[in-house]
Design a protein around this ligand. Sequence first.
Ligand code: PBG
Length: 332
Amino acid sequence: MLALANFPFRRARRTRSLQWIRDLTAESHLSAKDLIWPVFVMEGENKVEEIKSLPGVSRMSIDKVVECSKDMYQRGLTCVALFPYTPSNLKTPNCEEAWNPENLVNRATRALKKEIPQLGVMLDVALDPYNSQGHDGLFKNGKILNDESLEALTKQALIQAESGADILGPSDMMDGRIGKIRSSLEKNNYKDTIILSYSAKYASSFYGPFRDAVGASGALKGDKKTYQINPSNSDESLREVAADLTEGADMVMVKPGMPYLDMCRRIKDTFGVPTYAYQVSGEYAMIQAAANNGWIDGDTAVFESILCFKRAGCDGVLTYFAPKILEILEGL
Ligand code: PBG
């Protein structure tokens, strides 16, 4: 830090005194281009279904997802991330639905790419929406089978790339998954498919509403602590990021977001790669609940919560508040 003048030669409040000078000296900025919008897809037509634990977020049938995404794209959104609400009769111990080319997210991807080719589509690589046990990997006799899961995840990823997904987001936290997925993409000539690895994904309590949204909460046996990172650890996440980059990830993610801003900064400073945060369902639910009760001002709190990811070093944010942020930006 450079030496600063002493008071009154330096008055910090000069550059805070009016909106235009605050804008001129702002270090971080937020635009529609910083956002990835997570969307829950369900079967049917013309369907929009409220998710109780995520007030203001709905599951939508594919036609509605396309309609809303088109509107958001026209207003500046660059990318959506799709998550399926899989009918429970399609959930099995071997998760075969994950690599069915006709599963919900693959159909939704094709529909989106057909109607809005310039909108990025990201898909989650993980078995939980298809697993009768609710886990991200294959779960047999009380244990997650790492290497067997890799085969399943690689099949899932390849079909997603074939369906037209631009970004694959492995969120499963199995060891070695990025390398396996990258080799299979290269071998099959999907050279431009981007991998945004959920590298620093923590075993967090903030995923609850998401598991309701995809219908996985009832199914989950136990917890995910044998594969997701212990919230106490910081160096371990750097090792995960290093491994994923070596194995062929293009971009990396920290998840959850707000309680882990230190990780966003550390990862950005250490690796200098495109870094993202997922403001997860529990974070959304907390802010929304406080806003709905009038305990905080919703719009300004939402905007601040996303802007702070930029300040912490993130290049972008996955957030259920994407529609709200667009609204706020349009009103500025
Ligand atoms: C699972 C997955 C989860 C989320 C995204 N992908 C939940 C989990 O790990 O149990 C959570 C997102 C959120 O809470 O908003 N593959």
